[in-house]
Design a protein around this ligand. Structure first.
Ligand code: SF4
Length: 697
């Protein structure tokens, strides 16, 4: 990096220079970006070679960030709806006209009941400032409904917290030294590329890689073994694995005695799960379980590190929280935590000492306790009338960093809710997404190249700073600025509404990080032990790995992990015999990038992967347009008969924009609003469907 001419300020300069930033997307890798700027125009975005996790390489999606930033369809001026909701008809208006009207409409609703206003946001940017920095201050001051941001990681986060004490785990870089890596519920090549690089190092050094995933993913192709279990059966597999560790005494008794809680109870539970029982539930062979146990227990016997990389796919089912709990128990059984290359990683985000109170200012609620709306049930909640239980009907939604009409489950209901004539909707966006089509106002937002932000990571342990590389395009404004200007119009006079973005970046970690280091390098590594739980010290109430959770028991729940069948378990419906999962398409990230032509061209069309047996039974061939349906709706896409799908399970790759799909819907037309066992998360991969070929397509 010595040769780089880093921009000393946030302002673009003439000539060519490079600016350090951070990838804002919902991906565990949180790459360090280098943007080349020529005469004020960003010409290239590449990976920072000085950041060890990024290692100079970005994924295909973000390598095209300039294409996205300068996209001809980028919204660069405020727009006001001029046609029916959902029609996508808008006319340009000035910022003053838009913000004056929005402020007065919100003020009128707030005068009746501020809880009728709902902020709706997620990880369109993972930035702490453009995410829920100024926005949270604004909605707290207003007394708006709170949003439970469950849509991706709630069940797993809760499962991990009940077991390990938080979103904590092994450091990603040490996967490179592991001798066994179990990649559980993750297509790492697509969604955790920089972890995959460490796994490749381990593989070259003789490690065995095993992938556990209903889909034969690109990652599964490159592992030594693939276990294609049925969706929602991961806990059964984990308990049977424990059963075999116990039966063969492949256990670290010393670690269990000293650093775990509830071993006798977990042991009894695991002994209820012989491999034969689990194999029947998981739809796999008994030998696959015993072989997995031999590999995992063998590491204990030989004193070798075994590491598990979980990802969030496996927790998008009814029993998702229990699945993460069960898997998170495994390393303690074999004492894997003793090694820096042993243990489990799902998320590292609790390790970051973010000063949320300063950033988000919950004190502005001033003693009020607004209701909380679960973002995963927005379809039902937008259609709910006022009631004593629910409170006021939702009269206004302000959407930022999210595209709920495309990404929330049961999207026909979501669209119906957003189509309500009496709902006032404001959307801060880069593009006219499916959700923006329903807005009363679309406000042009800056991209990551145009604003300040600061980041944590949920896949590694570095903090990153994002500096603006270019001036905002058109009339785009950072989210922070929109909420600042709305706050001024609403008469909010607290000094925090005048904080600059850079000041908020400085406040995010306070004195914990040297901001000058972030300015200079773009990143800073959290201090911490290489093997954080080698001698226990888990951030649980007991300080131990909690096989039994007293906190769950206090809620009247099972304190031990157990198999929780899917809401829509395979074999329970003759009319809808196929289980559908909807993992991300390789070239999209949730619904982001779907409108970037070069990426959409690579992706082709919305597809449904089907096993040959299921396709043949329905007369479906590759390339046929199929109708995928269940009582919630129907979705049309192209069938691909492929070994990537196991028998009985179809893979509807997502998340396409509805309007860019074949018939104005996407895969979430079929998913349900039923929730997970822990954390009240969505159950996208717990979904029964039927498929038929369309002869007239
Ligand atoms: S999406 Fe992930 S892999 Fe791609 S640049 Fe961003 S953080 Fe890196």
């Amino acid at each position: 990096m010595q040769d780089m001419q880093l921009s000393p300020s946030s302002q673009p300069t003439s000539g060519t220079h490079e600016v350090l930033g951070a990838c804002p997307h919902d991906c565990p890798d949180t790459c360090s970006l280098v943007t080349t700027v020529q005469d004020g125009v960003a010409t290239k975005v590449h990976g920072n070679p000085a950041h060890r996790h990024t290692d100079g390489a970005l994924c295909t999606k973000v390598s095209r960030y300039t294409e996205r930033t300068y996209h001809p369809e980028r919204i660069l001026h405020p727009l006001k709806r001029s046609g029916p909701k959902g029609s996508g008809q808008f006319v340009p208006v000035s910022w003053d006209e838009a913000l004056d009207d929005i402020a007065s409409r919100l003020q009128a609703i707030a005068a009746r009941n501020p809880q009728a206003i709902l902020p709706y946001s997620y990880a369109g940017t993972m930035g702490l400032v453009q995410g829920d920095g100024m926005a949270a201050r604004f909605f707290h001051k207003l007394g708006a409904s709170l949003l439970n941001r469950t849509i991706c990681a709630a069940a797993g986060g809760e499962g991990l917290t009940q077991t390990l004490g938080g979103k904590v785990g092994m450091r990603v870089e040490f996967f490179a030294e592991a001798k066994l890596i179990i990649i559980w519920g993750s297509n790492s090549i697509t969604s955790n590329l920089h972890f995959w690089r460490y796994a490749q190092v381990a593989k070259r050094n003789g490690a065995k890689l095993i992938c556990i995933d209903p889909r034969r993913s690109e990652t599964a192709d490159k592992c030594h073994e693939h276990i294609a279990l049925l969706p929602g059966t991961d806990t059964a597999l984990a308990l049977a694995l424990m059963h075999e560790l116990i039966r063969n005494d492949w256990l670290d008794h010393d670690y269990i005695d000293k650093y775990t809680l509830g071993w006798n109870e977990l042991r009894a539970r695991a002994l209820e799960w012989p491999p034969e029982r689990a194999a029947a539930v998981c739809g796999i062979r008994v030998e696959q379980i015993t072989s997995l146990a031999r590999d995992y227990g063998g590491c204990q016997q030989r004193g070798e590190p075994a590491a598990i990389r979980m990802n969030y796919g496996l927790q998008r089912v009814h029993g998702g929280g229990n699945a993460v709990r069960a898997i998170a128990c495994l390393p303690a059984l074999i004492g894997a935590w003793r090694h820096r290359a042993g243990g489990v990683l799902l998320s590292s985000s609790s390790q970051f000492p973010v000063d949320k109170a300063t950033l988000q200012r919950p004190d502005l609620l001033a003693g009020r306790t607004p209701r909380t709306i679960n973002m995963s049930t927005i379809g039902d909640d937008l259609l709910r009338p006022a009631s004593p239980d629910f409170g006021p009907a939702i009269d206004a939604v302000v959407v930022y960093n999210s595209n709920p009409v495309a990404v929330a489950p049961e999207s026909a209901k979501v669209a119906q809710g957003f189509a309500r004539a009496d709902l006032f909707t404001v959307v801060l966006e880069h593009f006219q997404t499916d959700t923006a089509d329903y807005a009363d106002y679309i406000l042009p937002a800056t991209t990551q190249l145009e604003h300040w932000d600061i980041h944590l990571s949920y896949g590694h342990t570095d903090m990153l700073l994002n500096r603006p590389a270019i001036a905002p395009l058109g009339e785009a404004k950072p989210n922070t600025q929109v909420f600042r200007e709305l706050a001024a119009r609403m008469g909010f006079t607290e000094p925090c509404f005048a904080d600059s973005d850079e000041a908020m970046c400085r406040a995010a970690y306070g004195a914990v990080v040297d901001f000058e280091v972030l300015l200079r390098n773009g990143f800073s590594t959290l201090p911490g032990a290489d093997a954080p739980f080698a001698q226990g010290g888990f951030p649980t109430p007991s300080g131990r790995c909690e096989f039994v959770s007293a906190r769950l028991q206090a809620q009247g729940l099972d304190g031990l992990p157990d198999h929780v069948p899917n809401h829509e378990a395979i074999g329970t419906s003759a009319a809808y015999p196929l289980a559908m999962i909807s993992p991300p398409a390789r070239n999209f990230l949730n619904s982001t990038f779907v409108n970037v032509k070069s990426l959409r061209d690579m992706e082709g069309e919305p597809i449904l992967e089907m096993h040959a047996v299921d396709a043949q039974a329905r007369g479906v061939q590759s390339g046929d347009v199929v109708r995928v349906f269940n009582p919630r709706g129907e979705y049309r896409c192209k069938a691909v008969v492929s070994p990537r799908a196991r028998a009985g399970v179809v893979n509807g790759l997502g998340v396409w924009w509805r309007k860019l799909g074949l018939a104005g819907t996407n895969v979430n037309e079929l998913t349900s609003q039923k929730l997970t066992d822990l954390g009240a998360g969505p159950t996208f991969y717990d979904c029964l469907v039927q498929v038929e070929a369309l002869t007239d397509a």
